[in-house]
Design a protein around this ligand. Sequence first.
Ligand SMILES: Nc1ncnc2c1ncn2[C@@H]1O[C@H](COP(=O)(O)OP(=O)(O)OP(=O)(O)O)[C@@H](O)[C@H]1O
Length: 602
Amino acid sequence: MSDLFAGLHPDDYDRVYRNRELIARIGHRLRPGTRRIALAVVLTVGASILTSAVPVAIARMIDQVRDGSHLTWTISAFVIVAAAAAWAMNWGRQRLIAWLVGDLVLRLQREVAEAALARDASFHDRHSVGKVLSRVTGDTESFSAVMTLTLNFFSQMVLVVVLGSVVFAVDPRLGLILLVVTPLLVGVALLFRRIARVAALRTRQVMAQVNSTVHESMVGILIAKSFGREESLYQDFRRVNRLSYLVYVRQGLIYTVILPVLTMISVLGTAALLVGGGSLAIDGSLSAGDWYFALHALGLLWLPLTQAASFWSLFQQGLAASERVFALIDSEDSVRQTAAEPVADLRGEIEIRDLRFGYGSGAPVFDRLNLRIAAGETVAVVGRTGAGKSTLSKLVLRGYEFQQGALLIDGRDIRRLDLAEYRHRLGVVPQLPFIFAGTLAENIAYARPGADRADVQRAVDQLGEVWARCIPFALDDQMASLGRELSTGQRQLIALARIFLKQPAILLLDEPTASIDPLTEAGIQQALTRLMADRTVLVIAHRLATIRHVDRLLVLDHGRVVEEGDFDTLLAAGGHFTDLYASYYAHQQTGREAEQRQWTRS
Ligand SMILES: Nc1ncnc2c1ncn2[C@@H]1O[C@H](COP(=O)(O)OP(=O)(O)OP(=O)(O)O)[C@@H](O)[C@H]1O
């Protein structure tokens, strides 16, 4: 891999948290909203009392009417006012919960995004882009949904407790009937919850299959077309699509059964109350109003009680989402700076002494690597694939921590430098430079915050005639995200313009392996020669033109410098470089010569 920032492997976060720890951390983040929480609790209790008071008042009215007394307007007015006040309190509570959860999620998303941006390259090796994205958005969103559900659940439980107590206070016998119905309702809801969870899991698995089939088909569509394999892609898709249809239908059927069955149980509960309460009313030990009240209370308790069944597993899911978010926030960089010494100016000398480095627990890429690049020197690193060229660049960029030895910049331990200031003095041109959605000028100015239009224009001017010839865009033209409409050569030119603007002390350059047309290559080479003039340059060289013009070549093999010197001396030495030249660079000469002739003719 020659891309300086490549190497993203899926892996899981390694921290496991106890529920208590997670709840404490969530609680800590809710602390700024303590007053809102207190207000929400007051509103919840108030709304529950008023909600319970309404059927009690109606029960009293029924009894009064039955006793032959006149309609009590005071009670009617109370019922209306209490119902309106309960509604207003519930509305206020929901608003407060929305505020609380919104603030919490905003804070978590900020923390998790900052953590992901701050982590070094080894972190991004272990955690794929998709995974980080799902931590920042998906997990925080599902956490927010569960938080809302949890807070609403607690409010409903307050209602259950208040209303249940009122039922017991009105008549303990009614309370006992409710106590018998409740476990039945919760038990059946729990059973359905289990069945529904299995169905939902199967649906998610099949949907993942559909997504990966579509993703794979689209990514490989050109290859499939070139081999005439579209039919097999259609077949694959039809198969998983049919499977997804079946699991969706099954899930739908299960869901359609749940509600009627739960309603059925509540109807049974109502029937028990009708019969039990009715006989008590007939023998005169229960008033008609209280009988009505018990029936109404069951109606109010039905929904919270069925929801109680699913609460715990949903709450666990929310905790699991928060665990993944906290694991990212808490993850540690492997790069450890021991100080933050200022890096005002850099001469650009790089020295590596007895350095040992390996990715993760794998075999070391470098074992006792020694090399020195003088300030202002241009050094090309060459070697077969996997020799360690990109890794060397990544270490100078301080993307990874090395295990032994020393890396000195201007004679200073790289671990003691202020990393942000140090990197500010580096310029990186990867093989396929990154282009952001924005104007061309914004893309160039990205290299130096605060650069104005004149600075950008000056940087572009320094690239000379090759810019005008190869970049068919004005500085104000919009670039598509990832530079989709740009060729590799054009992206490299934009990256070089960034370097002209930034004027770094050390330039890390990874040349593209894909060939660029000879005229562009010549133009880029001229620009590079100007760029290389007054700074240290470490170039992973794939072009013959580059290795011919640099001050020194470092030949890497299996993580060791096996030869070094200038092009002619190394070529004549008949060693590793001569073999490399014959197998890799020599064909560029013949190929290029033929292309040059063609270009000259046209
Ligand atoms: N992110 C990574 N995680 C684990 N191993 C890696 C990673 N990047 C590179 N390696 C391994 O380190 C070794 C050196 O890789 P490196 O990319 O430095 O080679 P290179 O000389 O730049 O090769 P190429 O010319 O093919 O780009 C290889 O064995 C490679 O498999």
